[in-house]
Design a protein around this ligand. Structure first.
Ligand code: NAD
Length: 498
């Protein structure tokens, strides 16, 4: 049941001195506080470092002053924050934490509601879940919820193992697995665009759609995350979670109701319909890339293999492109192309839905051939929708020309658009699990991704590095579409500003 009232809650952030807490979590809680969405709350920051409450509150204030535009009531806000210096594997430390939690619970009248937010390296997730149960932190009169960051496992087997450990302490409906893409305004908008428009839903199938392209490109390289990224790669870091979640939202059947369970069960069905690949088919349907040196935003950048904590002969992919087939009535024969990579030419996440050509082109005599209709969903950094149509070219001749109808979120609501983390944190406090990933989705996504990584890990890619930093990826990613008679719509030309 989703609670409608202002939630009362104690949030325990494990990893409270980390980057995620500083950049995203403190500012998000602050915005909820400023908007009066929460007022009865306290936060216990838990991390290894020795800090006093005062020092921790100073860190929180600094984070607010750095990462938010509004800066009112910061002292009052920070006074809700407490700190516990913690060793993840020490039972004694959890006993002390329980004592703090119980005291804050009665001081702030939090009704025993507890959110355990794990903003730490995933190897600790299982231990923390078990310990909070064993030391009685989950024995409470209110709700207990576990919010957990990615990555959730490294493969299906390891995810299953982790899930078993977590489930000793929390029920599935108490586990909120974060996929921050699901908190993004325009990702949430995919369903509304589809299911609230008579214009789209009737066309949303293999009769009218030629192909769907999902691109998520970054200009950044691996930065300081080399150690983690070497064991992950773009496939596990991006495809298993964010890319497949977007595909599921695009491909799912309309839910009969907008409840968490109904939406989830349709997403699960879409993921179950993904066509499995044999080992031989993997390299036919999927392309991997690794960046070489190049120029990004007029700056020379090094190749992946010379980045910090990266093996000079690394076989890790920093780019993935793939063709997914969804074997059901709606999508038979329609390819879903996905691509994601680091050190690409632009930072952009976009979905392009390409409609089929009309049966006959009456305007053949124009200089350009008729462009297919496109629906572009701009996820980030721009947020909006573009519809590309053909209309009459102004002038005496009856010629057609492509026109663009655009809607940008920025122009209407930019200041009020809540950040993904803010929305997700608030949803976890209210018990709304719609935009979190259920175990069934995690399991299906891992099984699909495992079938690719098993092949890639066992064959060294001799062409690496195979794309220059600052470009749109390796050539075989283009060939993947060309062999189907398609091409990647150049996302830079589809920007809302164009
Ligand atoms: P980080 O390395 O900056 O912080 C790690 C935190 O864990 C620190 O507070 C540290 O004190 C604590 N810690 C480490 N070992 C400990 C131990 N033995 N006992 C107690 N505390 C210990 O990491 P981060 O960037 O904040 O990321 C945390 C998690 O969030 C990771 O799972 C990461 O994959 C995920 N994540 C981060 C981001 C991001 O923007 N930083 C985005 C998405 C997901």
């Amino acid at each position: 049941m989703i609670e409608e009232n202002q939630p009362s809650v104690l949030i325990m952030i494990f990893g409270a001195t980390g980057d995620l807490a500083k950049r995203k979590l403190f500012p998000s809680i602050y915005r909820l506080f400023q908007k009066e969405k929460i007022n009865k709350f306290a936060v216990v920051g838990v991390a290894r470092r020795e800090l006093s409450n005062d020092e921790f509150q100073a860190n929180v204030k600094e984070s607010i002053l750095t990462f938010t535009k509004e800066q009112e009531n910061v002292d009052e806000f920070a006074s809700h924050f407490y700190y516990h210096s913690h060793d993840v594997s020490s039972s004694e430390s959890y006993i002390q934490l329980k004592d703090i939690a119980d005291r804050l619970d009665s001081h702030y009248q939090l009704e025993g509601n507890r959110v355990f937010y794990l903003a730490m390296a995933p190897e600790f997730f299982g231990t923390i879940a078990e310990q909070v149960k064993e030391q009685g932190l989950t024995d409470t009169n209110g709700y207990k919820r576990l919010v957990i960051e990615k990555p959730f496992g490294h493969s299906f087997e390891s995810a299953l193992e982790l899930n078993k450990r977590i489930r000793t302490a929390f029920e599935e409906d108490e586990v909120y697995r974060i996929d921050h893409y699901l908190g993004k305004e325009m990702v949430q908008n995919i369903e509304v665009i589809r299911f609230a428009n008579a214009l789209f839903e009737p066309l949303w199938n293999s009769r009218y759609i030629s192909n769907i392209q999902v691109t998520s490109s970054e200009t950044l390289g691996v930065e300081e995350r080399g150690r983690y990224y070497e064991t992950s790669g773009a496939l596990r870091d991006m495809v298993q979670n964010h890319m497949l979640q977007m595909v599921a939202l695009l491909a799912m059947e309309p839910p009969i109701r907008l409840t968490t369970e109904e939406i989830r069960s349709e997403k699960v069905r879409a993921l179950r319909s993904l066509r499995p690949m044999t080992k031989e088919e993997v390299n036919q349907y999927f392309v991997r890339g690794q960046y070489g040196a190049g120029t990004v935003n007029q700056e020379n950048v090094p190749e992946y293999r010379t980045e910090h904590n990266v093996d000079p002969e690394s076989n890790t992919e920093t780019f993935v492109a793939g063709k997914l087939m969804i074997d059901n009535f709606r999508w038979a024969g329609v390819p879903f192309y996905i691509r994601t990579g680091k050190r690409m030419d632009i930072k952009s996440t976009k979905i392009v839905v390409q409609f089929k050509d009309i049966p006959m082109n009456l305007y053949y005599n124009t200089e350009e051939t008729l462009q297919p209709n496109l629906l572009v969903i701009h996820i980030q950094p721009e947020e909006g929708i573009t519809l590309l149509l053909n209309a009459k070219k102004t002038g005496g001749d009856v010629k057609s020309t492509p026109v663009q109808l655009s809607y940008s979120n920025k122009s209407t609501d930019q200041l009020n658009t809540p950040e993904a983390y803010e929305k997700l944190l608030f949803a976890s406090m209210r018990g709304d699990a719609t935009n979190f990933t259920h175990w069934d989705e995690v399991a299906l996504s891992w099984k699909f991704v495992d079938s690719i990584s098993e092949v890639w890990e066992n064959t060294k890619e001799s062409s690496f590095p195979n794309y220059e930093a600052g470009t749109s990826g390796p050539r075989p990613a283009d060939e993947l579409l060309e062999s189907d008679g398609h091409f990647w719509w150049p996302v830079e030309n589809l920007d809302l500003e164009n």
